[in-house]
Write a protein that binds this ligand. Structure first.
Ligand code: FAD
Length: 402
């Protein structure tokens, strides 16, 4: 009997062990997680859970009994401190465990504000895990002043919850516009207007110079010289793939743990999936930070450990919830040359990204139909006539048959 060890009890780790058992794996399986709770969904951390509209139990990816029922040894609150790739062992606390196949699903680590600018003051938070959110949630009371640093999805979602709960919210984004790294100006404009309507102050082209306070944060100095009084701060300034363990074991990195199309690392006994990896995609290499990627890639790795010899073909999609707007994104917009807007009634809108006539991606706000049709077109390698897309009265469905 082989021993398969999966390091990282998150979205990808949990999907991997479930798929192994579903694929008929009868080997010994151990899932090791640094956090103290069973694998859970992270997206509600900046949405329904932070709003206190969702319980922890509902966030669990699988019932707690799943692991015992499926003969998976779940070791929680236990970080793997080292991998010996030659001996094929991992160190967990005082134990050294031997593996035949090892899967790295270590996720990401959030970037933090440097201590040199006050990032280590009490009251400065990141939003990555349950502990982060449980620690900051009691501060979400009406009238509190929160400064959010970073206008990406995590920062905007936290701003949305804070505004809904009656806090005074200021968000600073050092680049020219919110969502600059991930979306077109049209999408930035849409979300800027949405947040402004809800009373959030969004400052773009303005960075954080430093946080002030004695022990705990009480103020912020911005790059334009402005000074703010704050009760607490949330940094949504990106993440980095969790590669330290792999790197120390001599596994090759390339913007994450480099895996081949089947999810194998440079070591033939070590596989990887989820946020921590970069993988081949359309002649290049990408890293995705999303739930669908973590699930799909981890499942392919599980099948390949069982000998399937299958390539992972990523079909990127993502979502974000802010106030009563659901944003759904299909495809990747990298290298877009044109954006076509389709503006419907109320808050319904979608923005369609093209590169030289080829449809790359769609951002759909409260428009699941535009999202679904865009996704199917992109996955089929088809494009969409921009004139049809731009007219909100046009039924898009016939495009699928074109
Ligand atoms: P994770 O789920 O992060 O799991 C990695 C696990 O590995 C962690 O529990 C970590 O503690 C553990 N670990 C790391 N090192 C070790 C070690 N040495 N030993 C043991 N355990 C270790 N994606 C979407 O698609 N849509 C969204 O709306 C969305 N919203 C999000 C909101 C928030 C607040 C966050 C934080 C993320 C969101 N994401 C969203 C991203 C999504 O949650 C991640 O892409 C996904 O969780 C990645 O899964 P993963 O298994 O690769 O990593």
């Amino acid at each position: 009997m082989r021993h398969i060890i999966v390091i990282g009890a998150g979205q990808a780790g949990s999907s991997c062990v479930a798929k192994l058992r579903n694929s008929g794996c009868t080997d010994r399986i151990t899932l090791v997680g640094a956090e103290t709770v069973p694998p859970y969904q992270r997206p509600p951390l900046s949405k329904a859970y932070l709003m206190q509209e969702m319980t922890l139990e509902r966030m669990f990816l699988r019932p707690e009994t799943f692991y015992t029922d499926n003969d998976v040894t779940l070791r929680l609150g236990a970080a793997v401190s080292a991998i010996d790739a030659d001996a094929q062992t991992v160190t967990v606390g005082d134990d050294v465990l031997r593996y035949d196949d090892l899967v790295l699903t270590t996720g990401s680590v959030p970037n933090r504000l440097p201590a040199s600018i006050g990032g280590d003051l009490d009251g400065v938070f990141v939003v990555r895990d349950l502990l982060d959110v449980d620690t900051m949630a009691p501060r979400f009371t009406p009238g509190k002043r929160v400064l959010i640093v970073g206008g990406g999805y995590i920062g905007l979602e936290a701003a949305s919850v804070a505004a809904k709960l009656g806090l005074e919210v200021t968000l600073v984004e050092m680049s020219d516009r919110i969502l600059q790294r991930v979306a077109a100006p049209q999408t930035s404009d849409y979300f800027r207007a949405l947040h402004s309507d809800k009373g959030v102050t969004i400052l773009e082209g303005v960075g954080l110079q430093r946080l002030t306070g004695t022990g705990a944060v009480s103020g912020a100095v911005l790059s334009d010289g402005r000074e703010l009084d704050v009760d607490f701060v949330i940094a949504g300034v990106g993440i980095a793939p969790a590669t330290a363990l792999a790197e120390a074991a001599g596994v090759a990195l390339n913007n994450g743990i480099a895996v081949d199309a089947q999810g194998r690392t440079s070591d033939p006994h070590i596989w990887a999936a989820g946020d921590c990896t970069s993988f081949p995609y359309q002649g290049g290499r990408i890293r995705l930070e999303s739930v669908p990627n973590a699930i799909d890639q981890a499942e392919v790795v599980a099948e390949n450990i069982m000998g399937a010899g299958k390539d992972y073909i990523a079909k990127p999609w993502f979502w974000s919830d802010q106030y009563d707007v659901k944003l759904q994104i299909a495809g990747l917009n990298t290298g877009y040359t044109d954006v076509v807007s389709r503006i419907g009634a109320g808050q319904t809108a979608s923005f369609w990204y093209y590169r030289d006539g080829a449809l790359l991606a769609v951002d759909a706000m409260n428009d699941p139909r535009a999202y679904m049709i865009g996704k199917r077109l992109i996955e089929a390698g088809k494009t969409a006539d921009p004139a049809m897309v731009a007219d909100p009265e046009t039924d898009l469905k016939p495009l699928l048959k074109a």
